[in-house]
Ligand binder design. Sequence first.
Ligand SMILES: Nc1ncnc2c1ncn2[C@@H]1O[C@H](COP(=O)(O)OP(=O)(O)OP(=O)(O)O)[C@@H](O)[C@H]1O
Ligand SMILES: [Mg+2]
Length: 285
Amino acid sequence: MGKIHDALGKYEKKQSLKVVSQDLPTMRETEANAIGAMAAESDSEKRGTGIPDIDPNLVVYHDPASMEAEIFKILRNNILFPKEGAPPPSIMVTSAIPGDGKSFVAANLAVSIAQGVEEYVLLMDCDMRRSSIHRQFGFDDNVPGLSEYLSKGVSLSSLLRKTVVDKLTILPGGSTPDNPSELLSSQAMKHLLEQAKDRYSDRYIIVDSPPPQLTAETTALAKYIDGIIIVVRSGKTPKNLVNDLVDNLGREKILGVVLNGYKTPATERYGYGRYKAYKNGYKKS
Ligand SMILES: Nc1ncnc2c1ncn2[C@@H]1O[C@H](COP(=O)(O)OP(=O)(O)OP(=O)(O)O)[C@@H](O)[C@H]1O
Ligand SMILES: [Mg+2]
């Protein structure tokens, strides 16, 4: 258990996030086929209608009634309705190693929150080296974003993009700059988050963060953020690296851990996997 458990235990004592522990049954191939076919059909329906193609892994959008969407709902509810205090207006999603599923969790969580009755969401792609949020929502790679705001002073409002999800706006990562590290740690980045919280005070801000080996960037970003979600890839992310990440980020802001599961051969074909959100420790899978 170690440090993660301590960190989460401490957070629990503050009673600002409910303990969640839920196992998903493994999807049978037939179920995976049905979901995959449904997603493909709805995508093709949209082609030619001016609505962009949406990443099939945006499972909360494609299949809001699925078990996966249900897990994101649990995560959303724990964030929006803490036992004590107000929900954090800005939330960063990070992980200990690349490819754990940060962008997947950030995007699906953002959709899940925006699907609520009242909540508006601004999803920011802060991974300017390999931005991916715009693609998940069907935008081209040349769409400008954070990089243009930070390096060229382009206005924030002109860079925000409405998505196919009502109440969900994205700030794409934009073109890859020469100095993403410096830009993310800059006063301009701090100002951006302050400005976004101020001007869009009715919105939750979800931040997708850069690959975590660049701890300088993630740690700098964390200072300007109210809450942090750590994504752990089940059976893959080394515990000691998760512990190091918690130490680097500081425990106060950590909301909890999302355990992102293996993809089974049946589900891999369609890009759906198993995951669970929990708050009671880093479990061996
Ligand atoms: N539970 C899951 N089920 C299905 N696909 C998943 C799941 N988690 C992640 N993926 C897919 O795995 C790939 C890698 O995930 P993602 O891009 O979210 O990782 P990341 O942590 O953001 O990576 P990076 O560190 O490079 O930014 C993506 O194609 C994503 O859609
Ligand atoms: Mg990513």
